[in-house]
Design a protein around this ligand. Structure first.
Ligand code: DGY
Length: 418
């Protein structure tokens, strides 16, 4: 309804800090990488100029080597830990030293398609270069052995911080943090909806390790005790390559198009290694142990978004999701409700996230599972109407959880309506 649309727009306006949008007031007071990409697509539905600015302000934080950091600390705030003093990176505008799922090129293509205008061509041409540099960085820094799949070196890079998929690798960590842990998140919202203190000790131990290596990608790759082939990151990257390739037709060279196509072909083939016939879903791989991580999470459905599964695999994914939905009324829980590690209120261990719903629904649509796709989109709308435009939702009750007035949830509301 128009009321919902107005409410969603009002949230983006309220969270605007001057060309960039904070995910929500206080809990996340800076610009986050993948949040911003979704938010730009949301802005594009009603304020073209603002959509372009969102993307431009994000790449103010891009490093010379092409990495787009997961946080850009545009202005200081005491509301968040770990801040720039913990990250100790050397970029002119303070940033974190790790990245996040690369939704950027997907957002750029969509903004370019929706937000036409006199200067759109020039702005898209410049941002195309930034996106290409970021994808080249992924290939070089995070797949140095040319397997076709990239790895993350920190759970925060997945954006799905406390997913059960990281439990075993995190439990194995022997390093301790040197930085004192001064959590701020649990002073804004209930601790039962956030990662545990034990998780934070390990999150920060990894940050301290990499800061000690000067954030140098090759040194990080060699030293890291956490090297995970995340299904979501690879699926999102593959979709982003598809969108980058479409942009390259206008803004790129023949050599660039060939480079992107080659990467896509290699990655599509490599995805076979992540498919579990027994579990009917894609699962992560741990490069430190060389084993599959037996955790079924919503990340495992995201290859649909990039057109990776065969029609048969897509049908198996739909059947797997139907089994989850026999246990909980609302799609899509971030962890299978059949998994003993499922916790309906704890961040990425069970709650529903609107951005993930959006990508999964688009994925099922791509495979002709239209009924399932619209069921997911409809549920996302219902959750927001009844639970508020919250950070995430309890799949058992539909309650809104985490931060409220949440930017990327608002953006999805605007995109569903398109
Ligand atoms: C947080 O602080 O919870 C973020 O997810 C990490 O980037």
């Amino acid at each position: 309804t128009t009321i919902d649309i107005e409410a969603a727009r009002a949230i983006l306006r309220a969270n605007d800090r001057g060309g960039y949008t904070v995910p929500t007031d206080r809990l996340y007071p800076f610009q986050w990488n993948w949040d911003s990409a979704f938010v730009a697509m949301g802005w594009a539905t009603f304020d073209k100029e603002r959509a372009w600015r969102e993307l431009e302000r994000l790449v103010e934080g891009q490093w010379d080597d092409g990495m787009v950091p997961h946080i850009v600390f545009h202005a200081p705030s005491d509301d968040y830990f770990p801040g720039p003093d913990v990250w100790r990176t050397r970029h002119a505008i303070p940033t974190s030293g790790i990245t996040q799922p690369p939704v950027f090129a997907t957002a750029l293509r969509r903004v370019f398609e929706i937000a036409r205008g006199p200067d759109a061509q020039a702005r898209a041409a410049r941002l195309y270069r930034c996106a290409l540099a970021s994808h080249d960085w992924w290939e070089k820094a995070r797949d140095p052995e040319a397997t076709g799949l990239v790895a993350i070196l920190h759970p925060w890079e997945s954006g799905m911080d406390n997913s059960p998929a990281w439990d075993e690798a995190m439990a194995r960590l022997t390093i301790a943090p040197t930085t004192p842990i001064r959590r701020r998140d649990t002073s804004h919202i209930g601790a039962e909806m956030r990662p545990r203190d034990e998780d934070y000790r390990r999150f920060i131990a990894l940050v301290d390790l990499y800061a000690g290596l000067g954030w140098e990608p090759a040194a990080m790759w060699r030293a890291s005790p956490f090297k995970l082939v995340d299904v979501a990151t690879n699926a999102i990257l593959q979709k982003a390559e598809e969108d980058l390739l479409a942009l390259a037709a206008q803004f790129g060279t023949e050599a660039e198009r060939r480079r992107i196509e080659a990467r896509m072909a290699r990655r599509a083939a490599a995805f076979a290694r992540l498919w579990s016939e027994e579990r009917r879903i894609y699962q992560a791989r741990d490069l430190c142990t060389g084993t599959t991580v037996d955790a079924s999470t919503s990340a495992g459905l995201l290859p649909l978004f990039a057109g990776i599964p065969s029609a048969g695999q897509a049908a198996a994914l739909a059947a797997e999701l139907e089994d989850w939905l026999a246990k909980v009324p609302y799609p899509v829980p971030s962890t299978s409700p059949l998994d003993p590690r499922f916790e309906p209120k704890r961040y990425w261990r069970g709650p529903i996230w609107a951005v993930v719903n959006f990508m999964i629904a688009e994925g099922f649509e791509r495979y002709g599972h239209a009924a399932l796709a619209s069921r997911i989109h409809l549920a996302t709308q219902t959750l927001m109407r009844d639970g508020g435009i919250a950070e995430y939702f309890d799949p058992t009750s539909g309650d809104g959880l985490g931060g409220s007035q949440f930017s990327w949830t608002a953006a999805i509301r605007l995109m569903i309506d398109q």
